[in-house]
Design a protein around this ligand. Structure first.
Ligand SMILES: [Zn+2]
Length: 479
């Protein structure tokens, strides 16, 4: 098989996905030790070594990509357009393996072990000519924040594995990070530092989730907690559900959900498709996970799903076929339920767009029915800063809102080019003020909490932005 990449006289082989039970450290619950730089192995005099930087990517094809967003989109559309070719949204894209845990090993052992940088590259390594391996793992570490991305798999007879932490699985499962290993050979010594672009490995649910989670970690003012690990199962639906009408218990019952842990795909309970092919859904669930880790009280109570049967058709989800009808972009819910979902949409849009864009692209994964009677198939693409005032315009009711209106509101607090944007810590500060004062989770409660947070000064520029964004987006209105 020919080498798949070369850089000068460094020959790089084809990347392979390692078997899930092949990791030396087990990779599972409490398994791996903290990653640390180990320096270079003793490889002889400096004159006999050469300097290299290894960079790599994850494979990730998404159904909702190249829609005008900035990230997790490597510019294929521009290239295809330039070549006059048809645009297929399922273009196979590699995405930088940002912050991925990696190991470079030679015959003498590990040369380097640590997290790749924001570009998916190692630091400059000094190596002698010889044979090496480069292994990249779906455990992303940036500072003290970790996204630990697992797949579950059936144990191989006779081999040990790390049992999954998913509670009460119906059968014994194991869990592991995905690890992609590429062999390379340094043939001789040169004076220049050589960058080696190692091809992305095979595409898996974990590689798709890692593509998105790495971008979340790269987002400025990302708002994630420090000293915190976000555990994700990339190929296992939500772990447990008891159907209230039949009493039947399902495991892995739904296709995607995010709480203290996030779960995606391969439901055993229904004919669901793998939601890791929809990148806005991945980021949406990571948004719920961030909510849970930062302020779990925001999700307590579970939300008033589905919308009331008495709501006007424009404010229900009867036309939705792509996923459940429990909620949709335009459904009317209690203000705080709309906020739970609107928050996750906000988190998704900020993952894929520059913060100061005035036209941030949001792609929705269910159908949307507009006033002209047209039901738009997903992905439904909209500008997350364009107010639609769906609830005030279609079904105004006190203390109710929609996830669409909340998406626009939260985006308007934090993003766009207008001055006095709120930081993520200021937004969480307002929420904490709401919680600590036991104010209702309605627009009036939130508006009062923001006023209190910003010193009870109605002329505070950030409070004014908060208040005006609420009115402009339609999450605050008078009937
Ligand atoms: Zn959600």
């Amino acid at each position: 098989m020919p080498p798949s990449a070369t850089a000068g006289d460094i020959v790089v082989g084809d990347p392979i996905l390692l078997p899930p039970d092949s990791r030396e450290d087990g990779g599972g619950a409490g398994g791996s030790a903290p990653l640390e730089l180990q320096g270079t192995a003793p490889l002889g005099p400096a004159a006999e070594r050469t300097s290299i930087v290894l960079c790599t990517k994850w494979s990730g094809s998404f159904s909702d990509t190249h829609l005008g967003e900035d990230y997790v989109d490597e510019g294929h559309v521009e290239r295809l357009r330039a070549e006059g070719r048809a645009i297929d949204r399922w273009v196979r894209d590699p995405h930088p393996a940002r912050f991925a845990s990696a190991t470079v090993s030679g015959s003498a052992g590990a040369v380097w072990k640590g997290a790749l940088d924001i570009q998916g590259c190692t630091p400059t390594l000094s190596v002698a000519p010889g044979a090496y391996s480069f292994t990249v793992t779906t455990k992303l570490v940036s500072g003290t924040t970790t996204y630990d991305i697992y797949k579950v798999f059936e144990p191989t007879p006779g081999k040990s594995c790390t049992p999954t932490r998913i509670s009460n699985p119906p059968k014994r499962w194991c869990e592991s990070n995905d690890s992609v290993m590429t062999s390379f050979t340094v043939q001789n010594v040169t004076r220049d530092v050589r960058r080696v672009d190692v091809p992305a490995g095979p595409e898996t649910p974990s590689s798709r989730v890692a593509s998105v989670a790495g971008q979340v970690l790269a987002t400025p003012d990302r708002g994630l907690k420090s000293n915190d690990t976000y555990t994700i199962y990339a190929n296992s639906g939500c772990p447990y559900y008891k159907d209230p009408s039949t009493g039947v218990v399902w495991y892995n019952w739904d296709e995607a959900c995010g709480g203290s842990t996030a779960y995606f795909g391969l439901s055993q309970a229904a004919d669901h498709h793998d939601m890791t092919t929809v990148k806005y859904v991945i980021a949406h669930e990571l948004g719920h996970q961030m909510q849970t880790h930062q302020a779990s009280w925001m999700l307590s109570g579970g939300g008033d799903y589905p919308p009331a049967a008495s709501a006007p058709a424009a404010c229900k989800c009867d036309f939705v076929e792509a996923a459940n009808k429990l909620h949709c972009l335009q459904s009317r819910h209690a203000w705080w339920t709309a906020e739970i979902e609107g928050w996750a949409h906000f988190f998704a849009q900020r993952t894929f767009n520059e913060r100061t864009r005035d036209d941030p692209v949001f792609a929705y994964y269910k159908e949307v029915r507009t006033d002209d009677g047209i039901t738009h198939r997903p992905p439904f693409v909209t500008n997350a800063l364009t107010p639609v005032k769906w609830i005030p315009n279609h079904c105004p009711l006190a203390n109710k809102s929609s996830e669409w209106d909340l998406l626009v509101f939260l985006t308007a607090l934090h993003g766009g080019s207008a001055p006095n944007a709120l930081s993520m810590s200021e937004i969480f500060g307002v929420y904490e003020k709401l919680r600590s004062t036991s104010a209702p989770r309605t627009w009036s409660g939130m508006d009062g909490a923001a006023l209190a947070y910003f010193g009870n000064d109605p002329n505070h520029v950030k409070y004014k932005r908060f208040h005006e964004a609420g009115l402009a987006s339609g999450v605050g209105f008078s009937e």
